[in-house]
Design a protein around this ligand. Structure first.
Ligand code: JFZ
Length: 453
């Protein structure tokens, strides 16, 4: 950043010398493309924590005796507790009045960050502002923010400090399109369409300035924007205007594909899948799946659909084997505590990654393919050799790898050696039944000798 400013100053000075002082005000156009080297940390990280937290967390999926999903409302059929306002038709005055109640007295950002680290997560993304429009930081741009709550204190700054202390990368979800509090923000599709010139007011007055504010105040490693299929106000021009803003104020901040889901263009840094959606093939860019532990993103006290840790680890492994990340969500309660079922699952996943993380972090998809949907592969280079990792999501007595250069195969967690036999271009790994003593994914490690030249 300092370097960049210095370069700018030198260029301006030189230009002034050539053209006279009247021309120096025009800033040089910033490149919309970020150096791909700056995405490497993201590709190696694999596993991140998503946090949905806002005024909706107070309601926990229930309003006025109605709990989501509730089909007595025309659009009430959704579990997403952060959508409670439009879905259960909560009046504006009531909903926005929750600002007088939001008081997370038990908020302890270091405990969140340490749970994320112990779970094996390498980055964290929090809803700095979700569709409801409420800012978790003390915003100079809008008074619908944390400063107007009984709590008053900034929630983002201390979380960023904790991330830095623990060495976690951090980013912000920012709802750049939908804003249900601003008089000109976009509303859900079943409301009248916001005229484009009105949306432009919101865009210039709140959306762009708050993004700039987030970058200048907190220097995030990534920004998580949110649009989905179909019509949005985010035209390619607005998309690029926002990318340009981010690139102008940060030389490291990654931008996700949902900045314009239907047309992300060439300048985003990674693709964002649909919610809980897992591609079955490799993609042309780095990518990630945002995923829930319950059905809901925001904490929902009546949503008992908690996924087992083993299933979530399988999603992580599946994505890793295809070059993608897994951004797993927790929905804190309004008082600032994490739900017990979420914490238990984070710790289980962390325990598994503590034993098997070597096969995940920094690993690449393998060029070898095994036609078995319960087997996933990753690989790493180690000098002249390659290391192959084989993930077994179900017990099996043999796995056949389409290569004859396999040697030294063992169970990663225990070191138990396994027998290999080669035949017709393949190597069969024999696995004693005793390896599968619980329902966790078993990882095998083997070396791949380089083929004789
Ligand atoms: C969006 C948000 O609306 C949601 O609350 C959550 O933050 C999630 C991570 O991102 O979810 C959507 C909403 C609608 C669609 C896709 C994702 N959609 O209609 O395809």
């Amino acid at each position: 950043m300092v370097m960049k400013k210095l370069m700018l100053a030198i260029c301006a000075f030189m230009a002034a010398g050539v053209m006279g002082c009247s021309n120096i005000k025009k800033a040089p156009a910033v490149s919309l493309k970020l150096d791909p080297q700056k995405v490497e940390w993201f590709k190696d990280a694999k596993f991140g924590m998503f946090i949905h937290w806002g005024l909706y967390s107070i309601l926990e999926g229930t309003y006025n005796g109605h709990t989501m999903p509730d089909t007595t409302f025309a659009e009430g059929n959704s579990w997403y507790a952060e959508w409670i306002k439009p879905r259960l038709e909560v009046p504006d005055e009531y909903y926005n009045g929750l600002i007088r109640e939001f008081n997370p007295v038990n908020y302890d950002p270091e405990s969140w960050v340490s749970e994320a680290c112990n779970a094996g997560m390498k980055y964290l993304v929090i809803t700095a502002k979700h569709h409801e429009g409420f800012a978790l930081w003390d915003s100079d741009v809008s008074d619908f923010d944390i400063a107007a709550t009984p709590y008053q204190k900034d929630l983002i700054g201390p979380l960023v400090a904790a991330c830095k202390k623990y060495g976690l990368k951090y980013g912000f979800y920012y709802s750049h399109w939908q804003d249900w509090e601003d008089p000109d923000g976009a509303l859900p599709y079943w409301y009248p369409w916001r005229a484009d010139e009105d949306f432009e007011q919101y865009w210039q007055r709140k959306s762009l300035p708050q993004v700039k504010e987030l970058i200048q105040k907190y220097d995030p490693d990534l920004l998580w924007f949110d649009t989905w299929d179909g019509n949005t106000h985010i035209t390619p021009e607005r998309r690029d205007e926002l990318i340009r803003l981010v690139r102008t104020y940060s030389d490291k901040c990654l931008i996700n594909g949902r900045i314009c889901y239907s047309n992300p263009g060439e300048n985003i840094d990674f693709l964002e899948m649909h919610d809980n959606s897992y591609p079955k093939e490799m993609l042309s860019k780095p990518w990630q799946t945002p995923a829930t532990m319950q059905n809901s993103w925001a904490y929902h006290s009546k949503d008992f659909n908690w996924k087992p840790a083993t299933r979530m680890l399988r999603y992580l492994v599946s994505n890793t084997s295809m070059g993608g990340n897994y951004l797993l969500n927790v929905g804190p309660k309004a008082d600032g505590t994490l739900p017990v079922p979420a914490v238990r699952r984070l710790r289980e996943m962390g325990a598994w990654l503590g034993a098997n993380g070597e096969a995940v972090y920094g690993a690449n998809p393998s060029s070898l393919k095994v036609a078995d949907e319960d087997v996933y592969l990753t690989e790493k280079t180690a000098g002249d050799e390659k290391i192959l990792y084989v993930f077994l999501a179900k017990p099996k007595s043999t796995v056949t790898i389409p290569s004859v250069s396999l040697k030294d195969c063992f169970v990663l967690e225990t070191g138990q050696g396994l027998e290999l036999s080669s035949e017709s271009g393949c190597t069969e790994i024999r696995i004693p039944n005793g390896v599968f003593k619980d329902n966790s994914i078993v990882v095998l490690k083997a070396y791949l000798q380089s083929e004789p030249k």
